[in-house]
Design a protein around this ligand. Structure first.
Ligand code: ZN
Length: 226
């Protein structure tokens, strides 16, 4: 299709997509076809923002504490949102209890509550940003996560589930389990990791080394007296 275009038109099209203009006409045509096949290599100006979740300004968010206004989110809401995938919910709960949630902030806009959280990646020291939109009745409406599975407005990855568990725990118990650095934890290096359970042995029952032969620096010489 592009081969019938003029070079100036090809160059104009390539400039629009932020591509290089170098090379002969055949190369320009090939490059344009490549850009078509690869959705413009995800360049920012051509990416559609339709699937991005709308979140309020970062400055309106406040850290979640006992006085925060949170919608009445329940376990049933979480299970419904995750289509009763109990295995995933259980895994996320275990992650939340292992303090994988780093931070959670809330912003109330009209009837909706937006929650922004950071969840640690399971295998690496990285964090994913998770955004949640909850209705005032507690029903999760939209969710989005930075992880590969969390794009769009209906992300149902484990990070979203971890944040939902955190909010649910805060609503019902007024406690939020967050990640702790080593100085926030009580010292435990003086605690024995394993307990010695067998009975002690009396000293006279200890195995003894056999009496060692006395060391003599001179070789033993046999002298024949005739
Ligand atoms: Zn995720």
């Amino acid at each position: 299709m592009y081969s019938s275009w003029r070079v100036s038109e090809l160059k104009a099209e390539l400039t629009k997509r932020g591509a290089s203009l170098r090379g002969r006409k055949a190369e320009l045509v090939e490059r344009l076809e490549l850009y078509d096949r690869n959705f413009n290599f995800g360049s920012a100006e051509n990416q559609s923002d339709d699937d991005a979740m709308e979140v309020p300004d970062v400055r309106t968010y406040r850290d979640i504490n006992a006085t925060s206004l949170l919608p009445h989110l329940t376990q049933t809401h979480i299970r419904q949102y995750f289509c009763f995938d109990d295995k995933k919910i259980k895994e996320a709960k275990a992650l939340y209890e292992s303090r994988y949630l780093v931070l959670a902030r809330v912003s109330n806009v009209g009837e909706n509550t937006f929650i922004k959280g950071y969840c640690k990646k399971t295998m690496k020291q990285l964090q994913y940003e998770v955004n949640l939109k909850l209705h005032k009745s507690g029903i999760p409406q939209e969710s989005n996560c930075e992880c590969p599975a969390g794009s769009g407005t209906e992300a149902k990855c484990k990070h979203v589930a971890v944040l939902l568990h955190g909010v649910e725990h805060m609503v019902h118990n007024k406690i939020l389990l967050l990640h702790q650095v080593c100085t926030q934890k009580l010292q435990d290096f003086h605690m024995p990791k394993t307990r010695f359970t067998s009975s002690p042995i009396a000293a006279h029952q200890l195995p003894r080394n056999k009496a060692k032969k006395r060391f003599c620096p001179f070789p033993i010489q046999k002298v024949d007296y005739i």
